[in-house]
Design a protein around this ligand. Structure first.
Ligand code: SF4
Ligand code: SF4
Length: 430
């Protein structure tokens, strides 16, 4: 029977690209490679205007332990260093590269005898981050300060629309499994689970057939947010991560499917500058799964994919999934290691109803996988009663958006929660 967690919701899956094989995305004349493609300190630029680069040239050096190296994704010349908006609403320095369309590459030396030490070093050197969208530097995650006995690979892909991890599991199966084994060696664990939602039967069957016994494929119920770390750990192991705790507190490290695949590529010598990405929605014609280089502007992707869809049809662009992704104010941001998906949606896909008063129906709390009371958090946030917001355990919110999705009054609950968290942090309240 498919394993699961308590509460959550089941939005329409809309996995309309699930049968589209991965193909390489077009590449523009100019690319904009962000120095902030990860959680943590931005990388420091180590190239100057006029420098020649190849795909795989280190152009940004990690700016601290919680940071990651950045590489050029094409060969060409550095033409500028500019500040541009990011998909998450901030700004970051970007290296502008004029593509010479020669696609010359530079690789790291292949590691033929992987060990715990050289895998960890290579993951750091190759700039690998959590490729599910979280973008936490993987070398930090692979260095837990507490003993762990279990690796969980997140193959849930529970966000609607997104299908790139599914395609990786189907099309890059051997490299993906190799990546899981490398992660196990890096963590010195003997057991790994790959959790996959049961709307991906083909991947479950294929991996169950190909994985060795120490890597167990676990069928999960299709339910959002099945891929959230705490929910995934509970579904698979029944271990409960304590409030304010981390997966390592219950002996677990969680990595995403794409991260495992990227680790396998890095051991062969390829630094992290290309990723699988889903382009979907009814606002463009050429939907599909693509291998996209970092540094492609969203405008370039839109222009490549729009086809015969009139410009006025596309009225919302989301970077990431519709539940946890970021709506875009413009198409200036460029793809990063964390860009798992770009959704272009028409008006009929967007909820148009206005926000009305809370009717105290309790649906937001009933769906909350962390057992919170989102309506009370929102109300206290609006009244700036942050002591009460803290007591309501706002810190436990995993920002899954289930409450907002379930609310019949269309209350912006998640937005209020994010605001409350930011103010509490800024004010240093406890
Ligand atoms: S309160 Fe947080 S954890 Fe609970 S449903 Fe809302 S966003 Fe998700
Ligand atoms: S779901 Fe919406 S209307 Fe219902 S209690 Fe929560 S905030 Fe109020």
């Amino acid at each position: 029977m498919a394993k699961t967690f308590k509460h959550g919701t089941h939005p329409p899956e809309n996995k309309i690209t699930e049968n589209s094989p991965l193909v390489e995305f077009a590449v523009p004349e100019k690319l904009y490679i962000s120095l902030s493609q990860h959680i943590g300190a931005p990388a420091q630029a180590i190239v100057e205007v006029g420098d020649s680069v190849k795909a795989g040239t280190l152009i940004g050096k990690a700016g601290g332990f919680v940071s990651a190296n950045i590489f050029s994704s094409v060969s060409g010349k550095v033409t500028n260093i500019v500040t541009l908006p990011t998909a998450t609403g901030g700004e970051a320095k970007h290296i502008e590269i004029q593509n010479d369309f020669r696609y010359e590459t530079v690789s790291l030396p292949e590691i033929t005898v992987p060990t715990k030490e050289n895998i960890l070093e290579r993951v750091k050197e190759a700039g690998i981050v959590g490729m599910g969208g979280a973008t936490f530097p993987t070398h930090v995650k692979l260095s837990p300060s507490k003993p762990v006995d279990t690796l969980i690979i997140n193959g849930a892909e529970c966000e609607p629309y997104i299908t790139c991890d599914y395609r990786l599991m189907l099309e890059k199966t051997d490299e993906f499994i190799e990546g899981v084994k490398l992660l196990m060696t890096a963590l010195s664990v003997e057991k790994a689970y790959i959790g996959i939602e049961n709307n991906k039967k083909e991947a479950i069957e294929l991996l169950a057939e190909k994985c060795p016994p120490k890597i167990e494929v676990v069928e999960l119920k299709s339910k959002y947010p099945q891929g959230a770390e705490k929910q995934l750990i509970y579904s698979i192991t029944r271990r409960v991560v304590p409030t304010g705790g981390l997966p390592m507190d219950v002996g677990v490290v969680v990595n995403n499917v794409h991260t495992a695949y990227s680790v396998a590529r890095a051991i062969k010598g390829e630094p992290c500058y290309m990723r699988a990405m889903t382009v979907s929605g009814d606002g463009v014609e050429k939907i599909g799964n693509y291998f996209a280089r970092t540094g492609l502007t969203y405008k370039f992707i839109y222009d490549e994919c729009r086809g015969n869809v009139a410009e006025e049809v596309t009225c919302k662009v989301i970077s990431g999934g519709p539940m946890m992704g970021f709506a875009q104010a413009n198409l200036k941001p460029a793809t990063t290691k964390g860009t798992s998906s770009l959704l272009f949606l028409s008006e009929i896909r967007i909820s148009k109803s206005d926000t009305t008063a809370c009717i105290n129906c309790g649906r937001c709390g009933m769906g909350c996988p962390m057992n919170l009371l989102p309506n009370e958090i929102e109300e206290n946030t609006l009244h700036r009663n942050f002591e009460e917001v803290i007591k309501l355990n706002v810190a436990s919110c995993i920002e899954c958006g289930v409450c907002t999705y379930n609310c019949p009054a269309k209350r912006p609950l998640l937005q209020a929660i994010r605001l409350a968290k930011r103010i509490i942090k800024e004010k240093g309240l406890k």
